[in-house]
Design a protein around this ligand. Sequence first.
Ligand SMILES: Nc1nc2c(ncn2[C@@H]2O[C@H](COP(=O)(O)OP(=O)(O)OP(=O)(O)O)[C@@H](O)[C@H]2O)c(=O)[nH]1
Ligand SMILES: [Mg+2]
Length: 240
Amino acid sequence: MVVPTYNESENIEWIVGRLRAAQPGVDVMIVDDNSPDGTGAVADRLAAADDAISVVHRTEKAGLGAAYLHGFDVALKAGYDVIGEMDADGSHQPEQLQRLLDALGTADLVIGSRYVPGGSVVNWPIQRLALSRGGNLYVRLLLGIKVKDATAGYRLFRRATLEAIDLGSVRSTGYVFQTDLAYRTLARGMRVTEVPIEFVERERGNSKMSGQVARESLRMITRWGLSERRAQLSRSRGKA
Ligand SMILES: Nc1nc2c(ncn2[C@@H]2O[C@H](COP(=O)(O)OP(=O)(O)OP(=O)(O)O)[C@@H](O)[C@H]2O)c(=O)[nH]1
Ligand SMILES: [Mg+2]
């Protein structure tokens, strides 16, 4: 599991401890963007005490997408067959990882979803829920995909999936990165399965969600949606 961190010193030991307890067979890679709050040093201490934990230190905050691309690259080179994503703030419960693992048998990408039956969000203000639901609706309409929670960040990828989706050409850095990867997986004809999770709002530390991150999402989804429509149009002209 790749766990990106930026200023999660209050959370990282707690969440990694829970993950190691819930899934002793799963290795953990913390990817820290030189957090000013010292998260990187806490991560180093955890890694020194447990061979299943490793740390990738990056020089500056460059967004969630960039951190994941770096982590995936290291994990692919290390030979892992299944590579996952999980937030460090407690929103993704390690005790529910088994649900994602169970679904992997028939999927190329498994998404822990808030918006399929049985999924839920705990402690989100109505505005935050509206932004997330609205964003997902926009994604479904513009991209024409059926995924209910395309922005979710609790995931498992098969190695073959990450190898197929051309990570070198990914440009998204904020949360739209998640949508980008789901969209690329579907475009390759690969199977995406959603399993319900209970997403819990962070109790400690600060959100990195920002207007800039939201604007990047809107801009890129619109751009992909328009080129999808153009491709459909030229396909139907070709048939006519
Ligand atoms: N390495 C790295 N990690 C990041 C970056 N931005 C966010 N993260 C991590 O990505 C995960 C998700 O970010 P959050 O700030 O929790 O975003 P969020 O879940 O939408 O916001 P909240 O609802 O407030 O929790 C957390 O583990 C963050 O520490 C970044 O630029 N670099
Ligand atoms: Mg969070």
